[in-house]
Write a protein that binds this ligand. Sequence first.
Ligand SMILES: Cc1cc2nc3c(=O)[nH]c(=O)nc-3n(C[C@H](O)[C@H](O)[C@H](O)COP(=O)(O)OP(=O)(O)OC[C@H]3O[C@@H](n4cnc5c(N)ncnc54)[C@H](O)[C@@H]3O)c2cc1C
Length: 480
Amino acid sequence: MWFRNDLRTSDNLGLSAAVATGLPVRALYVLDDADSGPRPPGAAARWKLHGALTALEARLADLNIPLILRRGGGAETVGRVIHELDARCVFWSRRYEPAAVAIDRSLKAALAASGVDVKSYPGSLLIEPFALTTGSGGYYKVFTPFCKAAREAAGGHAAQPLPPPPPAPAWTLPPPASDDLNDWDLLPARPDWAGGLREAWDHGEVAAQSRLRAFLDDGFAGYAGGRNQLNGRFGSALSPALRFGEISPRQLQFAAAAHAGQAGGALDSDFECFERELYWRDFCNHLLFHAPDLAGKNFQSRFDAFPWRASKADFAAWRRGRTGYPIVDAAMRQLWTTGWMHNRARMITASFLTKHLAIDWRQGEAWFWDTLVDADVASNPANWQWTAGSGADAAPYFRIFNPMTQGEKFDADGAYVRRWVPELAGLPDRHIHAPWTAPAAVLEAAGVTLGVTYPEPIVDHKAARARALAGFAATRDASD
Ligand SMILES: Cc1cc2nc3c(=O)[nH]c(=O)nc-3n(C[C@H](O)[C@H](O)[C@H](O)COP(=O)(O)OP(=O)(O)OC[C@H]3O[C@@H](n4cnc5c(N)ncnc54)[C@H](O)[C@@H]3O)c2cc1C
């Protein structure tokens, strides 16, 4: 069983099928971090991968399935291990990143030619990207009809996930060589910047299941209305576990449907909204599958004409959470410390970078790629393009978030800003999202000196908005 983005034993169709053969099973994970294949994980995701693999190895040991770790190009390395094991059959869960699809296809053909059977299964999405086509035979570029078609295909039914398989027969042969996970340098050493990540995240399928239960007990009722609130109460925070397959989307869908089912209709809108987010994730994969260079190329080519600015200083201020806009700075510091950010905060910061600072979305996408524990090859670029306006079904270009209004709406009591930007904690609520509007005496009483203890805004909101709209006008001209 070649594990990839499915680091769990439950609801893993390939693993269950492998065990069902009645033969001894070995598990393989290959770290392919060359630049030429699938996109190599960023630093925070590598940290998460270390934890996920450690947890998986322990679960597999209970099933008599030793985990072999190897590093190298996916196809050659897998081929070599299959040869060493004299394996007759290889199982895996399908991937949808075009570079990975190409590897899997050619490996499958090569193995078949040498008499090795390959069995592949779905597992990381509710609906596979190639399962849906529009009326004209193309792929979906707009989310709402995609979601409708996906729901219709499922027939309003949340499929029951599989339990973990029973133990496989024990091996009598010694295991083939495996790398030592610690030699892969997935964890940062000097400096060790992962302290905040360790505090925020746990690993493995057992932890993911308990996070899911905690979310259903407290955070699901009210999700539809409250999910945009930055206090974090109404979200599952399961994106890192989903990214590495420590939990499957259908485990989420099924558990949420069952939970809502017991509430006699009271939680139906929360379920509908939560399931919709899972379909957004599928939609991002649908786009990536059909538009391979999602992280590199504007989905709408007219955005090639956007006059992006090259400002190292502004980009650094954004990354460090020193823009002078408290809601943006709080979010960027949350990202740096915990490797994660609330969805609303991702939209606010991505909008700020691309619209207020007019910095190319690809720069922001790359920063998120390196710093998010859930950095995902489909969801990250698709959402960046959506926010920047260049994406499929993108937010309209004139939708330029006002960071002050966003703060007042989604962090009304300022608790999020106070937590991540403690130097502003003493400001009263009415000035917490715009410290420059506070009278001098109020600033002084709060211990805030703008430009000294906290930056002045690096850009003026009104001027930035006008500049962004002018930039968008250039893209409109390009399409005429
Ligand atoms: C600029 C930007 C970049 C993003 N980059 C990523 C990324 O690299 N990886 C990632 O998993 N998500 C990404 N997202 C989507 C979203 O922000 C996160 O999935 C969400 O914040 C995770 O929180 P949660 O688990 O509490 O979500 P919940 O509200 O509990 O939702 C359940 C699950 O649905 C999926 N989901 C929710 N919203 C979205 C969405 N907009 N797009 C795709 N899937 C979604 C996630 O897997 C999430 O765990 C990005 C969003 C933006 C605006």
